[in-house]
Design a protein around this ligand. Structure first.
Ligand code: ZN
Length: 452
């Protein structure tokens, strides 16, 4: 009995967390049905990937597409298109800066409806954990939230207030009972306020002053608090956008004490340093801020050692008008990086050690799928899994241009950077979303996933 094959990718180098191996990959009915050195069968479509890498579809667990409510900042159609052009086959959208923020089941369902209509890739949705919605966490779980997101410092959005330690403890106690993971933006509010006031007093408002207003200790204090509460409550904790090797080390210490905690970092902390923030300006403003070169390199070491578990873009764009102030503190923060951040990491790996690509396959796909309990279907190139993958072409370095961006504002911290990796194709459940460098006009709509 033979299966009718829809697609064969021939001759590519398949990247898995275990290594890189040349093989053919066959797809039927949206699933990977066979991986073997030479698949003799014919298929409806054949793609020659000789000399290219076939990488598991990136699962970006951290994006802000801001729909509904702030679609002038981004949107699900543009955001998911940019992700697909950058090799992504799935995103998890954060509960802010959409408006209303996702604090109850009604807001959750509305965002789900919009994404089912507009996303070209698969998706899951975060719910929020704030002082406003402690009694609605069960409803968010029932609606299918992938986890709950909380801010330990001011979020910048008044409709999404931060949690103090008491609220975080109560929220995590409830989340643990509901079997929900809690993700935190880990910066200590009181310390951030103290260092910010110090810069103000000195009359400093440039990029360097902004960086100095949120030193590493602001992040470390919050990670200590969050991991302590996770230990007390037994709640699964995910520290998003860890910016420093010291932060990763704290997470590792907590894990050694049997706290159920994982660490995410973002491409910008691995690709940029503080000097570049001064040069690039507001498009490179984010919190926690980008660190010095020594820390940037040490963060790579943490990723290689497996002490950073996932990499997410924290794509968080805003219109250019919000980023024009000479006072760096007044510029809206958030990096527009969903399309090129991952490609630049591929490029960097290839330049330094190609053996790091399997580490990226773990951090960008398998570990994300495992942590968020969608690993029954996603996260790895293996028979029986959803046929989610991208094809990477390594060539001479090119300079990233604003014109190639699919995001709403075509403004990225990475414009002008050299990149030797190029995504040529992205598939979601066996359907091309991005093919030979072009977005496919009418892809299958993305599907909603909830944790198993
Ligand atoms: Zn974020």
């Amino acid at each position: 009995m033979s299966v009718e094959l829809d697609l064969i990718i021939r001759g590519g180098e398949l990247v898995t967390p275990g290594g890189v191996n040349r093989a053919d990959l066959a797809v039927a009915e949206g699933r990977i049905v066979k991986i073997a050195p030479d698949i003799a069968d014919a298929a409806a479509v054949t793609l020659d990937a000789t000399g290219q890498m076939v990488f598991p579809g990136i699962i970006d667990a951290h994006v802000h597409f801001n729909e509904p409510g702030r679609t002038d900042w981004e949107g699900i159609a543009t955001g998911s298109a940019a992700l697909a052009a950058g090799g992504g086959s799935m995103f998890f959208d954060m509960p802010l800066n959409s408006e209303p923020p996702v604090l109850d089941a009604a807001a959750f369902r509305e965002k789900r409806r919009l994404a089912e209509e507009k996303s070209c890739v698969d998706f899951a949705l975060w719910g929020g954990l704030t002082p406003l919605n402690l009694d609605r966490l069960a409803a968010l779980r029932d609606a299918g939230a992938i986890g709950l997101k909380a801010f330990m410092s001011h979020s910048g959005i008044d409709s999404f207030p931060r949690v103090d330690d008491r609220t975080l403890r109560e929220g995590m106690k409830r989340a643990a009972k509901l079997g929900l993971l809690v993700a935190v933006h880990a910066e200590d509010e009181a310390l951030a306020a103290k260092f910010t006031a110090a810069q103000r007093t000195r009359g400093k408002t440039d990029a360097a002053a902004w960086l100095a207003s949120r030193p590493v200790e602001v992040e470390l204090a919050a990670i200590r608090t969050a991991t302590e509460i996770a230990g007390e409550t037994g709640c699964a904790l995910h520290i998003v956008h860890v910016s420093s090797p010291e932060g990763a080390a704290l997470v590792d210490e907590a894990r050694a004490m049997r706290v159920d905690v994982t660490a995410e970092t973002c491409p910008h902390y691995l690709l940029l340093n503080d000097r570049e923030v001064a040069r690039i300006g507001a498009p490179a403003k984010c919190a926690p801020p980008i660190r010095d070169q020594k820390r940037r390199q040490a963060l790579w070491a943490e990723l290689r050692a497996g002490r950073i578990h996932t990499v997410g873009s924290d794509h968080s764009p805003a219109p250019a008008e919000l980023k024009t102030s000479a006072n760096f503190f007044e510029n809206w923060g958030g990096i527009d990086g969903v399309q090129h951040g991952f490609q630049l990491l591929f490029s960097e790996c290839r330049a330094t050690a190609a053996s790091d690509l399997p580490k990226l396959a773990a951090a960008m796909a398998r570990n994300v799928a495992r942590r968020f309990r969608i690993d029954g279907r996603k996260g790895i190139l293996a028979e029986g899994m959803d046929a989610d993958f991208c094809v990477i072409d390594f060539g001479p370095p090119r300079v990233i241009a604003a014109e190639e961006l699919w995001t709403r504002h075509r403004m990225s911290a990475y414009v002008g950077k050299k990149c030797s990796a190029r995504i040529t194709d992205t598939y979601v459940r066996g359907h091309a979303v991005y093919a030979r460098g072009r977005l496919v006009n009418l892809p299958e709509p993305g599907r909603f996933l909830r944790p198993a």
